[in-house]
Design a protein. Structure first.
Length: 253
């Protein structure tokens, strides 16, 4: 069977995780990398043995036939790169957060639909074994129909070491971790029918700490389901935990 040929755009923090994951799939081969930083491009290319390298995404698309592109850059670049892939009719998997604004997100979806290509958002928490087991139990009716849930995540891993922009970004923890928790809530309780209540909040300090952020949303099920999400971390400069993160915990009632 022919292996799928893909390229990865962005050789930063997330790209390393992506490349390790692609390497575990025998049916897939990452044949090219793209990054505007030539030193980082060379470093990652050598690390993973990928010869195809380019600093310009447009030239990368034009140079070879591709089955897909993995966009592992930061959100402000996503729309332009998705639209570029759509012009070349190359299927896309795009890193979260999908887009900085709803208008950008809609434009990206429209571009993919017009080109007739798949457009996927890389959300990985919902595929973790505990989450899949809970989803199967809920869909199988083992606990009845949920009407309320609380989704909770905490980690001591220093996210700022690999993603320093999160310490100054406008959406802070909600942009990085909150999206995962909201996605898990959606997978377990259903799609959102009412936007989050205006109670979500976040705060930063010189000590790089954050209190839990809370948001409430109503899910579209045969009866109303309410999900409250909570996420937070405390980073330490002097000590890091032995594991990178802990899995989200969920309680449904």
């Amino acid at each position: 069977m022919r292996r799928l040929r893909g390229e990865l755009i962005g050789c930063g923090f997330f790209a390393i995780n992506q490349l390790h994951a692609w390497a575990d799939i025998p049916e897939v081969e990452i044949v090219a990398l793209c990054d505007r930083d030539p030193a980082r491009l060379a470093l990652v290319g050598e690390q993973f043995g990928i010869a195809g390298r380019c600093e310009d995404a447009g030239a990368l698309f034009a140079a070879r036939a591709l089955d897909f592109v993995d966009i592992a850059t930061t959100p402000p670049s996503h729309r332009a790169l998705v639209e570029l892939a759509a012009r070349h009719r190359v299927p896309v998997i795009c890193q979260k957060p999908f887009a900085p604004t709803m208008s950008d997100a809609r434009a990206m979806v429209d571009a993919a639909e017009a080109a007739g290509i798949p457009l996927m958002v890389h959300e990985n928490f919902c595929w973790q074994t505990p989450i899949l087991a809970m989803r199967e139990a809920i869909l199988g009716g083992r606990i009845g129909e949920p009407f309320w849930g609380r989704f909770w995540f905490r980690s001591g891993y220093d996210v700022f070491s690999g993603q320093p922009y999160l310490a100054t970004g406008e959406r802070f923890i909600i942009e990085d971790l909150g999206i995962h928790i909201l996605d898990v809530a959606r997978r377990l309780l259903g799609d959102v029918s009412r936007p989050p209540a205006p109670s979500a909040s976040s705060r930063r300090s010189a000590a790089r700490t954050s209190p839990p952020c809370r948001s409430t949303m109503q899910a579209a099920r045969s009866r109303s389901s309410i999900a409250r999400t909570r996420r937070g971390w405390r980073a330490s400069r002097s000590r890091r935990p032995s594991s990178r993160s802990t899995a989200p915990q969920a309680r449904c009632g």
